[in-house]
Design a protein around this ligand. Structure first.
Ligand code: PLP
Length: 409
């Protein structure tokens, strides 16, 4: 038997697509919370307050708005569990994450025979996968045409596809769902807490899922925000779904949502952690205090600074998200993406390659919304580039960054 020494994990510069850099206030709430069980009154109060703050963050009056314990894919599992075997679904992946979501959809929509035929990668006849190439955005026209052709019950799209850094046409998706009488489901993992939008403005979408660790910035494993319209909940009420823990109606009870209404008491669903609730509650307080609109404009402002800086190093940016820059290295360094990222990561500079082809470099700015933090990222990335043999004058790059911020100020 081996008992290992205590696990020490260093502080790195989390400059990838996620997780974002955790605010000390969130960690403080996590660590300073007393032990209390999942039905203790302040824990329950925290859940109910968090639910109400989440409605503000999502921009919704949906009663069925709450957090699913776990990571982004836990929330997605909850919303996608509305899909039953044999349901007709059209999914619009354009990168790694919407590709994984499409796999979840294929698993849920597969009949027993279809699942048995290829258990880890089922290909049910009732699911159509409409691929948009990496680096491009899903357009409303693509969605409209596919829904007209396939006439599904459900449609699925990611709002912001973090694998390629692309923003998809949410309005086009919602409008097409309305036009064709389809229930839309959206992965808003990367956009919630970064972009300024109200989900109630997209009535074609009946269910949304996000995550704790990106724009919401509550990594200390907490909650994946989800929201369902009454139409979605009515469908689950009528047909049921094949999960207890991620059941859209049953899970909501612990957040004080019973029979379509807010109630003052929780109904036990699972043993929620007082530490997680306190951290999540604080993260929501921080984000709403900062202001959704201001946060969105700060992300856009700092993303532009980073984008210009990497372009001045000779990189080509192919993303349009505001929390992440996805880039091609200059020709001279093509093929060295993974080495460059590995070198950076070995020094605690946590950037990422893309996880599916083509290989690109991803640099994120979650919770790095200051000129100093962006300068640190630019500095460290410039050093890695130069070490790999890039040709540029680092002082010029830094001067360019300085003048961007000076002009803006
Ligand atoms: C990060 C991400 C996920 C997965 O979230 P986890 O927290 O890793 O489970 C899903 N979809 C999108 C768009 C993401 O960016």
């Amino acid at each position: 038997m081996t008992i290992y020494p205590s696990l020490e994990i260093p502080a790195t510069l989390a400059a990838g697509p996620g997780p974002g850099n955790t605010d000390p206030r969130v960690l403080e709430r996590f660590a300073k919370t007393g032990i209390a069980d999942h039905m203790q009154k302040d824990v329950v109060r925290g859940m109910i307050e968090a639910k109400e703050m989440l409605r503000d963050l999502w921009g919704t009056k949906n009663v069925y708005t709450y957090g699913v314990a776990g990571t982004g894919f836990s929330g997605l599992d909850c919303v996608l569990s509305m899909i039953l075997p044999g349901d007709k679904v059209v999914a619009f992946p354009n990168g790694t994450f919407s590709g994984i979501d499409s796999l979840t959809i294929r698993m849920k929509a597969a009949t027993a025979e279809e699942l048995a035929a290829d258990p880890l990668n089922p290909k049910p006849a009732s699911v159509s996968i409409i691929e948009t190439p990496h680096g491009q955005s899903v357009t409303g026209a693509t969605v409209d045409a596919a829904l007209a052709e396939h006439k599904p019950m459900w449609a699925f799209m990611a709002h912001w596809e973090t694998g390629s850094g692309r923003i998809n046409d949410l309005k086009g998706f919602s409008d097409a769902c309305l036009k064709h009488g389809v229930m839309g489901i959206v992965d808003a993992v990367s956009s919630l807490g970064v972009a300024d939008f109200n989900i109630d403005d997209y009535p074609g979408v009946v269910a949304w899922a996000s995550c704790p660790q990106k724009g919401v910035l509550s990594l200390p494993l907490t909650y994946a925000p989800v929201s369902f319209t009454d139409k979605a909940i009515d469908m689950v009420k009528k047909r049921g779904c094949r999960t207890y823990v991620h059941h859209p109606i049953l899970d909501a009870r612990h957040w004080g949502i019973v029979d379509g209404k807010d109630v003052p008491n929780a109904v036990y669903h699972q043993t929620h952690s007082c530490y997680a609730i306190a951290a999540f509650h604080e993260a929501l307080r921080i984000i709403l205090g900062y202001g959704r609109r201001r946060k969105a404009s700060d992300y856009a402002y700092h993303e532009k600074a980073l984008r210009q800086a990497v372009e001045s190093m000779g990189c080509e940016v192919t993303s349009d998200m505001t929390s992440l820059v996805v880039l091609n290295l200059p020709d001279k360094l093509r093929g060295k993406e993974k080495d460059l990222v590995a070198n950076a990561r070995a020094k605690g500079f946590g950037i990422w390659p893309t996880l599916s082809e083509p290989v690109q470099v991803r640099i994120g700015i979650l919770n790095q919304l200051s000129a100093e933090q962006i300068a640190e990222i630019v500095n460290r990335f410039a050093d890695e580039m130069l070490e790999m043999g890039a040709n540029f004058d680092k002082q010029n790059v830094l001067n360019g960054l300085k003048s961007y911020y000076a002009q803006a100020a």
